[in-house]
Design a protein around this ligand. Structure first.
Ligand code: 5AD
Ligand code: SF4
Length: 446
C-alpha cells in the first residue's frame, strides 16, 4: 500500500541532496512523495541551524503540523508521523523533544540512512519517539541506495561533508561533524548513474568541498581538481560546478582545472565573510584579505571569464566602522557577480556567541542595508554587461508564459527565452537582450 511522504527542505544544497536521498530510502517502504503535508503519512522537516531565523522556523512549522496531525487522527485517517531531521535536530534534539513532544522521529544529518528502521521502530513503538543524532563510525554514504532514480537536468552530488575549520561564528563543525570525503570510485559511480538518468550538469557539494581528499582507486589521495578532471572525462556530462569552497583550500590543481576543463563552469562561490583582517582573525578564517585577493587574481588569470560570488557577514562581534568600510572596499575591488550577505547571528555553542563585544542590531541593520545596496548594484552591472553576449544556456524548466523556457547561463543567471524547437535539457546558444538584477532574457542565436 502506498503511503504519502512530504519533505520540507530548509537551508543549503546539502540538505536538498539529503532530502532526495531520504525519499529514495523510504520508497521501498511504500512512501511516495507528495507536494502538500495535509494528508501525508510521514512529514519530514529537513532543517537548517546556520542562523537563528532558520532555526526558529522549525518550531513555527511544527506548530502547524501538530494541528494537521490532530485533524488527520480525528478524521480516522491514520497516524501522521512527524520527523525532524537535519542540523536543528542534531543541535537541539532534546529541545525539540520538550517543546514539541508530538514529534515522532528526530535524526541528524549523519544518521538518515537509518530512516527506514527508525520509521518501522516508531510505528511499532506506538507513540514513543525515536531519536538518533549520533555520529556513526561508518559514513552514511556506505549505506545509501546506490541508484539515483530522480529525473531532471541538473543534479547535486555530495562528495565531502562536515568541517574541521571551526570559524568562530559557525555551527557546521558541530552539526555536520568532522570533515569526510567520499572515495573517488563511489563518487564516479554515482556520477555515472546521474548521467545515465539524463542529467547534463552536476554540482559537487560539500561544506568545504575543495577540502576534498578522497581515496583514489590505487589508495592515493585525490584533491578536488583531480576529481573534476575525472568527472569531465565521463561521456555526456556537459557541465560541472562545485560549492561551497574555502579560500584556504584553493590549490594549484583546482586552479589548473579552471584553466583546463571546459565543462567546469566559469562561476565560483568563494566566501570571504569580511574585508577586514582584524575580523578575519577573530573569525578564525585563517586567511587574510590579501590572500583572498591573490587567490582571486590567480583564478582569473587561469580563467579570464570567471565570475565570482561570495558570502559576507556584517556585525560580527567587535566589528567597527572601519572594519565594515574595509568590507565595502574589498567588495568594490573584487566586483562580485552575486553575493549573499548576512547579519551576524550568535549561535549557541560557538565561540563568537559569548564574545562581549556584540554589535547592536540597529548597527547591523544599517551595515547590511548599505552592503546589500552595493551588492545589488554590482549584480545588476554584471547582468547588464551580458547584454549583447551569446552564451550556452542549459534549459531546465518551463517559464511562466506559454512557449517560454528558463535556463541557466554559465554564470548561473536565470535566462528566459521564447523557444519553439528546443526542449528542457537542451543547451542552446542564446544572445542576451535584456537584464534585470535577478535574471536575463534572450533569443536563440542564429
Ligand atoms: N551568522 C551569520 N551568518 C552566518 N553564516 C554562517 N554562520 C553564520 C552566523 N552565525 C553565513 C556565512 C556562511 C554562510 C553559509 O552563512 O557567511 O558562509
Ligand atoms: Fe562554517 Fe567556516 Fe566550516 Fe564554512 S569553513 S562550514 S563557515 S566553520
Amino acid at each position: 500500500m502506498t503511503k504519502q511522504l512530504f519533505i520540507a527542505t530548509y537551508g543549503c544544497q546539502m540538505n536538498v541532496y539529503d532530502s532526495a536521498r531520504m525519499a529514495e530510502l523510504l520508497a521501498p517502504l511504500g512512501f511516495v512523495q507528495t507536494q502538500t503535508p495535509e494528508s501525508a503519512d510521514l512529514v519530514i522537516l529537513n532543517t537548517c541551524h546556520i542562523r537563528e531565523k532558520a532555526s526558529e522556523k522549525v518550531f513555527s512549522e511544527l506548530g502547524k503540523l501538530r494541528a494537521l496531525k490532530l485533524r488527520k487522527a480525528r478524521r480516522g485517517d491514520g497516524r501522521m508521523l512527524i520527523a525532524v531531521g537535519g542540523c536543528v535536530a542534531q543541535a537541539e534534539g532534546e529541545e525539540i523533544r520538550h517543546r514539541a513532544p508530538f514529534v515522532d522521529l528526530i535524526f541528524g544529518p549523519q544518521t538518515y540512512h537509518r530512516l527506514p528502521e527508525m520509521v518501522i521502530q516508531v510505528l511499532r513503538a506506538n507513540g514513543a519517539a525515536v531519536i538518533d543524532t549520533s555520529f556513526p563510525e561508518e559514513p552514511k554514504f556506505d549505506h545509501l541506495p546506490s541508484s539515483r532514480p530522480e529525473q531532471g537536468v541538473t543534479a547535486f552530488l555530495t562528495v565531502q561533508e562536515g568541517c574541521d575549520k571551526f570559524c568562530t561564528f559557525c555551527v557546521v563543525p558541530y552539526t555536520r561533524g568532522a570533515e569526510y570525503s567520499r572515495p573517488v570510485s563511489q563518487v564516479l559511480d554515482e556520477a555515472r548513474q546521474i548521467i545515465e538518468g539524463g542529467m547534463r550538469e552536476i554540482t559537487l557539494l560539500g561544506q568545504n568541498v575543495n577540502a576534498y581528499h578522497g581515496v583514489g582507486p590505487n589508495g592515493e589521495e585525490w584533491g578536488l581538481g583531480r576529481l573534476i578532471e575525472a568527472l569531465a572525462a565521463l561521456p555526456r556530462l556537459e557541465r560541472i560546478r562545485y560549492t561551497t569552497s574555502h579560500p584556504r583550500d584553493v590549490d594549484d590543481a583546482l586552479i589548473a582545472a579552471h584553466r583546463d576543463v571546459p565543462q567546469l563552469m566559469p562561476f565560483l562561490h568563494l566566501p570571504v565573510q569580511s574585508g577586514s583582517d582584524r575580523m578575519l582573525t577573530a573569525m578564525n578564517r585563517r586567511h587574510s584579505v590579501d590572500d583572498y585577493q591573490r587567490i582571486v587574481g590567480r583564478l582569473r588569470a587561469a580563467r579570464p571569464d570567471l565570475a565570482l560570488s561570495t558570502d559576507l557577514i556584517v556585525g560580527f562581534p567587535g566589528e567597527r566602522d572601519e572594519d565594515f568600510q574595509a568590507t565595502l572596499d574589498l567588495v568594490g575591488e573584487v566586483c562580485f557577480a552575486q553575493a549573499f550577505s548576512f547579519k551576524y547571528s550568535p549561535r549557541p555553542g560557538t565561540p563568537a556567541a559569548s564574545a562581549t563585544s556584540q554589535v547592536p542590531d540597529s548597527v547591523k541593520n544599517d551595515r547590511l542595508a548599505r552592503l546589500q545596496d552595493v551588492l545589488a548594484k554590482q549584480q545588476l552591472a554584471f547582468n547588464q554587461a551580458c547584454i549583447g553576449r551569446t552564451f550556452p544556456v542549459l534549459l531546465d524548466k518551463p517559464g511562466r508564459y506559454p512557449g517560454q523556457l528558463v535556463g541557466r547561463s554559465p554564470y548561473l543567471q536565470s535566462v528566459h527565452l521564447m523557444a519553439e524547437s528546443i526542449n528542457i535539457g537542451d543547451i542552446a546558444l542564446v544572445t542576451i537582450c535584456a537584464a534585470s538584477q535577478n535574471s536575463l532574457s534572450g533569443t536563440i542565436a542564429r
